[in-house]
Design a protein around this ligand. Structure first.
Ligand code: PRP
Length: 212
């Protein structure tokens, strides 16, 4: 069965509230998204495989550890881009593979317009990054692409999710690990998460005019 972890740390709740606040500027939104991405990634990487290695300190030799798995960060454009740098700071050797998916405004169905995934040689662990999980359509399209690549372990990191989206992805992918900061109850008629935080891509990149 798929696992769903909601990270309810006080700092997560603090920064998520700033993201929800419509008065938060684009710069403030990007900063908050970065902080939440780090906090989510800390939890989402707790089961990574490590190998023991010897290291010489200035005083002696001791046994330490290094991450063994080949890890890919897979941001869903656009909004997922804002989650890459803070997680790459934590996992500097990770690969980054981009997926361009937008949601058609009329149908709310995902449209894939860019896929930088190689045909073979999958990574051990893929971390799909998207601040929002609404209907789940975009995440499902991304996960299917990664399964076709042959990735054995897939983690989805979403700052905010609608319960309908959580149900959709977990029903379709029983091995998925989902990490979220909050699960909101509703989707409105335009399939926006309610109460939500608006459109993460528009808020991060200051492109609200696109919807005027
Ligand atoms: C938003 C969001 C997710 C998707 C979630 O992207 O960042 O990718 O919608 O909706 P879903 O779960 O119903 O598929 P959007 O289509 O607004 O594209 P953008 O990031 O380029 O703004």
């Amino acid at each position: 069965m798929a696992s769903v972890v909601q990270v309810s740390h006080p700092l997560v709740r603090h920064h998520l509230t700033r993201l929800r606040d419509q008065k938060t500027s684009a710069a403030g939104f990007r900063n908050g998204l970065q902080r939440l991405s780090s906090l989510l990634a800390y939890v989402a990487t707790q089961d990574l495989d490590v190998r023991e290695i010897e290291v010489d300190t200035p005083l002696t030799t001791t046994t330490g550890a290094e991450v063994k798995s080949v890890i890919a960060l897979v941001p869903i454009l656009r909004a997922g881009l804002g989650m890459v740098d803070p997680i790459l700071d934590l996992i500097p050797d990770a690969e980054v593979w981009h997926l361009g998916i937008y949601r058609d405004e009329a149908t709310a169905l995902p449209v894939q317009y860019y896929c930088k995934i190689p045909p073979s040689g999958p990574v051990d662990v893929a971390m799909v990054l998207d601040p929002m999980l609404a209907t789940g359509g975009s995440a499902i399209a991304a996960i299917e692409t990664l399964q076709d690549w042959g990735v054995p372990k897939i983690k989805l990191l979403s700052v905010i999710a609608a319960s309908a989206g959580v149900e959709a992805v977990t029903a379709q992918f029983p091995d998925l690990q989902l990490f979220v900061c909050a699960i909101d109850p509703d989707l409105n008629t335009r399939k926006f998460i309610v109460p939500g935080l608006g459109d993460a891509g528009d808020r991060a990149f200051n492109t609200h005019r696109a919807h005027e």
